[in-house]
Ligand binder design. Sequence first.
Ligand code: SF4
Ligand code: SF4
Length: 330
Amino acid sequence: MLNFLKLINKQRNTNNHKHCRYINESLIFDYKNSVKLCPYSDFGTIISNYNGIWFDIEKLKKIKSESINIINSINCPNICKNCEYYKDNKRKDNNTIKYLYLSNWKNCYLNCSYCDFPKEENLIKASHYDVFQSIKQLFDSQLIDVNTTVIFDCGDATIHPEFDKILYYFINYEMKKIIINTPAMRYCESISEAIANNIAEVIIPLDSGCPYIFEKIKGSNKFDIVINNLKRYLSFEEPSEKRVILKYTILKGINDNQKEILDWFMLARDLGIKRLTIDIDKKWYNQIKDSIPQYLKELVVFINKISQYNEIGIDFCDRTNFIYNTINKK
Ligand code: SF4
Ligand code: SF4
């Protein structure tokens, strides 16, 4: 009997809880007029057809804790069991929101060939809903605070009519970390102020080192406008150069070569940019992930070498990181 009790206690002590960074830690305002926890399914949807006027905080808390219970039960949906974000955790988490995704706006000046976001007229109209009141409610109910990371997702959030108002609100609230994805086709004073206050990371997807490839990928000849806006965002003393991050998505047959990567690197170096991030086109990657072409592996090694040589930090996103780790295991 004693041994049996010891065994039960041992099981309790080592018992792991299940954890998903989205269900446990995030809230997403998405472009299909839903407020939800999971970006990949309808599991954890708080409101559909949201009009942005009033946000039911109690419903959010209830659905969040129910969803946490579900992923810890035998009713856990299969999509979660097979998901990369479904992990073991020591504690069962509470109702805090560490990541607030403002993904309610998908309109964009550009038309990148790899863009996932639909641009149909109806969807653009539908996606314009007001999140400002909801954000204030989340602060008032203490579900978010200065430590919450705010992520303005792609499209170009700067086109959203409320972008400046929302960003200044966060700046005045003295938020600590705001991530802004923008193609930098439009310069924003509010972004400059957030950079100057050392609270913003601005991720700019250039994907090229010259106007010709830029136009080929993005369907726009406005390369010079982007570079000029970039220079304005970089015009502060330290630490702005670490706050502007240049992104490159590798695309099959377009920019998947050393010359273009090198041009992009040299451009970043000349602009004084110290942080870069590199990804690979998701659709292409899914086709080749079981048999990565040798030239792509060599390209990833090349990127790593030039980054070390030039002392420019590079983040490999999940897919490029996987390629890099595969090479290093050999
Ligand atoms: S585990 Fe994956 S599918 Fe499940 S809620 Fe989290 S992100 Fe969504
Ligand atoms: S900048 Fe982003 S949102 Fe705009 S077209 Fe390109 S990938 Fe799509």
